[in-house]
Design a protein around this ligand. Structure first.
Ligand SMILES: [Zn+2]
Length: 650
């Protein structure tokens, strides 16, 4: 409730139950809920502006709006990505745009802004909350002269609409690529046997990860790989290139309203890195480390190709659609490692139980299945509880397998943030696209990564929902997840599988040892690519606005493998259109923090005392303190990039 007093908060706390997911049943229902929400938040805004929340103050009043959004809008916005019904997804998207318009106005409310400015915070948490809210109001244009304020609002709404249309285009791509059976030579039959056929009897394959990945990594026929690769990189098409160009110029115009030279400056000034020059210096250092390694990797792959095709090295060019295939081939030859080998060890449900057991060991929390009808029969609900005492902590939803029109990557939606003030419990939804036969080690790593985001949400105990869990600076948000990726390479950790799945055959020690060795192979290529993505994103959002496709073609052409004419990668680079605009560098930046955090677990990744300290000092606080403060408290020293650069070089 909006101005909940202490006694009702306590009552709610005692009765706190797990969330019952509000499934969208029809378009009419989504529209009615949306209208209710918009009416509710508008009433709340008026009360906050009028100071009618004198008992709890403006911070709690604003957080009441966040909690209303958590409760009513977050499930709708999430279902725009996973709901099986197209009309419901469309209605959900329309609702998020209507809310965007409300939010653009809310954060320009001069009366609320004045109340925040006048507020003397009582403690560091309130001080951070006040600062965050002031930043949000200022970034929405509250202090601009009226005509520019109106422009800011219009631009915000137009940018939200463009991002949404861009992502929808990629998500709803229904391209099918036709292959004869001989063309799929090398690809595990389980990947294509059940696929539909065209009138000529050719197998029709879509571009989902469980299909695209195996074709790129195992199809012997280079022409088949090329066809698949080109189709994958054509998603989004000219429509999305146009949308990206429009987004980049609107973002630039938005930054100009504030007298800043670029959208990158506008965004980075609120993040851990603080300014673009610092990001640039960091990226330069990354490049210096990986450049030589990238050349060595490419030479390795090229000689693997020449030897497979039994032709001279000199006449063997390496193409982009060769990379995945020859990386896997070299890994098989050099390390006798085949990712497919892991599927029998990691059945999907056992993999879920394994990450739950790991969270139990490290953080003292348990998970119980909840009986709930969700948005699709594949989705599952779990309650997260404290192992000692059984206190209910959070609700977690899992939606693990691919289906038509579902979000195509792996991600977590934070649906509800914790608030100790009102007793609101966290809820998060974890979405992946795994193969039902089981996971590879790479996929187990992905599961643990996403689970890291879900835990960040679930184990947060912040005062305000607006600062809960993953509501942290974008260049910190990946660190807790990237840190956990390490765990799947440790035999002591994988042994937990036998606790949760007696029938699961243990991963042989030598297989895991080879996986660890082979993990380093291709690091040069992988991080050179990450560096290119981050640099492209910064260049696209720099002071001079470039045409996205021309800029990409130029930057990619400067890499050793050059640019393939006719491919339009920026048209499906959803990160850029979505929340990671001028923020892709965050993956590398966060990884440096993740490697630093991991130094505390290096000796024993199952140490419960370290896990507990991490939970209490980092996860519990979400964004109510700056990341540097949290990391310093956990490590007992100032953070640094030493562990990251050492890891990158080896
Ligand atoms: Zn992530």
């Amino acid at each position: 409730m909006f101005s909940m007093c202490a006694s009702t908060a306590a009552a709610k706390d005692a009765a706190a139950a797990f969330q019952v997911f509000p499934v969208a049943r029809s378009v009419a229902q989504v529209e009615a809920q949306c209208a209710d929400l918009l009416g509710d938040v508008a009433r709340r805004e008026r009360r906050v502006a009028a100071g009618a929340d004198s008992k709890v103050g403006v911070l709690a009043g604003m957080d009441g709006i966040t909690q209303a959004v958590d409760e009513q809008l977050a499930p709708i916005a999430f279902q725009a990505h996973v709901h099986p019904n197209t009309a419901v997804r469309d209605a959900a998207e329309a609702c998020t745009l209507r809310f965007q318009d409300f939010a653009s106005r809310l954060y320009q409310n001069a009366k609320i802004h004045a109340r925040l400015e006048a507020l003397a915070p009582l403690d560091p948490i309130d001080r951070q909350m006040r600062e965050d809210l002031l930043a949000a109001f200022e970034d929405a244009g509250v202090a601009l002269p009226a005509p520019r304020r109106a422009t800011a609002r219009r631009l915000s709404n137009e940018m939200a609409e463009l991002s949404q249309a861009f992502e929808r285009q990629v998500r709803e791509d229904d391209t099918l690529v036709a292959f004869t059976e001989p063309e799929l030579n090398g690809v595990p039959a389980a990947v294509w046997r059940e696929a539909p056929r065209d009138p000529q009897g050719r197998v029709l394959l879509g571009l989902d990860y469980p299909v695209y990945g195996p074709v790129m990594e195992t199809a012997h026929d280079p022409a088949a790989r090329e066809r698949m690769w080109r189709a994958f990189h054509a998603r989004g098409g000219q429509l999305n290139l146009d949308r990206l160009a429009a987004l980049a110029s609107k973002r630039w115009a938005y930054a100009q309203l504030f007298g800043l030279e670029s959208y990158a400056e506008f965004q980075v000034r609120r993040r851990m890195a603080r300014n673009v020059a610092t990001v640039q210096a960091f990226l330069d250092e990354v490049k210096a480390v990986v450049q030589a390694r990238e050349r060595i990797d490419l030479a390795d792959l090229r000689s693997a190709k020449a030897s497979e095709l039994q032709q001279p090295l000199a006449g063997t060019p390496l193409k982009r659609w060769d990379i995945g295939y020859y990386i896997e081939r070299v890994k098989r030859e050099r390390f006798a490692l085949d990712q497919e080998r892991f599927r029998r060890h990691f059945p999907p449900q056992a993999s879920v139980d394994f990450v739950f057991a790991l969270a139990g060991r490290l953080f003292g929390v348990g998970f119980e299945p909840l009986e709930q009808a969700l948005w699709h029969p594949d989705a599952r609900a779990y309650g997260v509880f404290e192992q000692s005492g059984g206190q209910r902590l959070a609700t977690l939803y899992l939606d693990l397998y691919p289906r038509e029109n579902k979000y195509g990557h792996a991600a977590v939606w934070s649906l509800q943030g914790s608030s100790t003030r009102t007793g609101q419990r966290p809820a998060a939804a974890l979405v992946t696209n795994f193969d039902r036969r089981g996971l590879t080690l790479d996929e187990l790593e992905t599961l643990l990564h996403e689970f890291g985001h879900a835990l960040h949400t679930a184990l947060s105990t912040t005062r305000y929902a607006g600062q809960a869990g993953t509501s942290v600076e974008l260049d910190f948000v990946e660190a807790p997840s990237q840190m956990l990726e390490e765990w799947v390479y440790d035999a002591r950790v994988l042994a937990l599988f036998q606790d949760v799945c007696a029938a699961c055959e243990p991963v042989p020690a030598d297989l895991l040892a080879r996986a660890r060795q082979s993990r380093s192979f291709g690091k040069g290529l992988r991080f050179a690519r990450q560096h290119l993505y981050a640099s492209y994103d910064l260049a696209l959002h720099a002071a001079d606005v470039a045409e996205p496709m021309a800029l990409w073609a130029r930057m990619e052409a400067a890499t050793p493998l050059s640019h393939e004419a006719g491919t339009t990668f920026p048209a499906n680079f959803s990160h850029l259109a979505g929340g990671y605009g001028a923020g892709y560098y965050a993956y590398l930046w966060s990884l440096a923090t993740a490697r630093d955090l991991y130094t505390a677990f290096d000796a024993d990744p199952l140490d419960a005392a370290t896990g507990r300290r991490y939970r209490d000092t980092v996860l519990a606080h979400g964004g109510q303190f700056e990341p540097t403060i949290l990391v310093t408290r956990f490590l007992g020293r100032a953070p640094n990039n030493n562990a990251f650069f050492e890891w990158l070089a080896h």
